[in-house]
Design a protein around this ligand. Structure first.
Ligand SMILES: [Zn+2]
Length: 240
């Protein structure tokens, strides 16, 4: 790590990774995981593990030269195993498990750094949060067919969320009993503070109003959330 970490860094990234093979890293990681689970009284922990660009770096004396998919999967397993000992389950983002080249989903929403094969190496009780904000990509089927529970995650485009909910209901309706429960649900993502989202949801004027940027026209996490629920109500009425 450089002494002063600036975004974007020379690689055009803001991301940091820890070395999964550092002998002291899990003492710290497990303590944080346990403390968060205890504080929130939860039996599910979302570890993130998205946008991991730095893994198996040549310069790392422990990881250099190793299989990046195996390194990633081993870390998922290590955290999942720790959580399972306390009857808790692991949730992670799905992007490192999708091939970014083949799917055209690119380096953020999917993996261009050879981690995608980890989808076959991680424990089957890990829940995958399948985030797609710009299009209703059909990747939930991919995860479900790998035997993994998958949660579809929209963000700020109401029409995308609407299509994702319609797809979720279609996937379940057309699935075998084995596959049906793998389509675990949907989760709204919010990439601001919770306070701003809740104020906007309840129509409270923000203390620090922001000027909308032109590139954000038509994007609105609150409207997306409301649209998503409206669509779910609609779908519930027309499905069994
Ligand atoms: Zn390392």
């Amino acid at each position: 790590m450089p002494a002063k970490y600036e975004w974007p860094n020379p690689d055009g990234l803001y991301c940091k990774s820890y070395c999964p093979l550092h002998p002291e890293v899990h003492g710290i990681v497990f303590a944080i995981v346990d403390e968060l689970c205890d504080a929130f009284q939860t039996d599910a922990f979302h570890a993130g593990m998205d946008e991991v660009f730095y893994i198996g770096e040549d310069k790392c004396p422990r990881c250099g030269g190793r299989d990046k998919a195996a390194l990633f999967a081993d870390e998922v397993r290590t955290i999942a195993t720790h959580l399972r000992e306390k009857n808790r389950e692991l949730w992670i983002w799905g992007d490192r498990l999708i091939d970014g080249k083949v799917t055209g989903l690119g380096m953020w929403e999917a993996s261009m750094n050879n981690t995608a094969r980890a989808v076959d190496l991680i424990p089957k009780d890990v829940v995958i949060c399948d985030w797609h904000y710009e299009r209703p990509d059909l990747t939930a089927i991919y995860f479900a067919m790998k035997g993994l529970r998958v949660v579809t995650c929209p963000y700020n485009r109401p029409l995308v969320a609407e299509a994702q909910m319609a797809d979720l209901y279609t996937f379940r309706a057309h699935a075998t009993p084995e596959m049906k429960d793998k389509f675990y649900g949907a989760m709204q993502t919010v990439w601001s503070g919770a306070e701003r989202f809740l104020d906007s949801y309840y129509g409270v004027m923000p203390k620090t109003p922001s000027t909308p940027r032109p590139q954000d026209a038509g994007k609105d996490p609150v409207l997306t959330f409301k649209t998503m629920y409206k669509k779910i109500d609609e779908l519930k009425k027309t499905s069994n």
